[in-house]
Design a protein around this ligand. Structure first.
Ligand SMILES: [Fe+2]
Length: 228
């Protein structure tokens, strides 16, 4: 592994935003200002419906970060979630000139133990800020291996009006509740600051590589509800 000091994204104060204002703004921005019924969009929690399996060992050798001391903050799925995405390790499209991004990490239970066979379902816009709402460009899911690790090859998403760059995620282990959230890029401070739902504690750890960008984020999923 590369030494930790090369990663960006540590040590900033958490910024929180009023949730009611956020919901309206995000929905309107994402829909290009069209009139829409926005109530509830930002906190929507569409369930995932995948059968849990364990992926082959990815050999990532990742150790849990300090993020496992807190559950990952939930954020709404927004208006563009699509269920039943392809299972795949790469979301990269052959025709893109966008900077390659590898996003990897662990799925952890609240006690910091890795969760095998967890679903990680990602979606984001393309380099021009456009979501594919007809197909599955930049959408896909995979399962964590026996070490709780996932690894996606994708691109850095672009910007659309009203939002900073972000990647949406739904994550769930076989015996955990569903986590829906978004993760952000630490090298876009102005855009992040202007985004009213951005949070520092959802920053990926980011470093430049010869091939593009490597990112790390560990998802800490909530414990199952309704259990004993
Ligand atoms: Fe989005």
């Amino acid at each position: 592994m590369t030494s930790r000091h090369e990663w960006r994204g540590h040590g900033r104060a958490i910024k929180k935003a009023p949730r009611a204002a956020v919901s309206r703004r995000v929905a309107i921005a994402a829909m290009g200002g069209a009139a829409a019924t926005v109530a509830g969009l930002a906190r929507a929690q569409t369930p995932i419906a995948y059968e849990f399996i364990i992926a082959p060992d990815r050999g990532l050798g990742l150790a849990p970060t300090l993020a496992c001391t807190h559950g990952t903050v939930e954020q709404g799925e927004g208006p563009f979630y699509a269920p039943a995405t392809p299972r795949r390790e790469s979301l990269r499209e052959p025709d893109t000139a966008a900077a390659p991004l590898v996003l990897s990490g662990l799925v952890l239970a609240p006690d910091c133990r890795p969760v095998a066979s967890a679903v990680v379902d990602l979606w984001h816009c393309d380099e021009s800020g456009i979501y594919d709402n007809a197909g599955f460009r930049y959408r896909g899911h995979q399962f964590t291996d026996e070490n709780g690790a996932y690894r996606f090859e994708t691109i850095r998403p672009g910007l659309y009006p009203g939002r900073t760059a972000h990647i949406h995620a739904k994550v769930q282990g076989p015996a955990t509740a569903l986590l829906t959230t978004q993760v952000y890029f630490p090298d876009l401070p102005e855009q992040n600051f202007a985004d009213r739902i951005y949070r520092d504690d959802l920053l990926i750890l980011l470093r430049r590589t010869a091939a593009g960008w490597d990112a790390r984020f560990d998802f800490v999923v909530p414990a199952a509800t309704g259990g004993v």
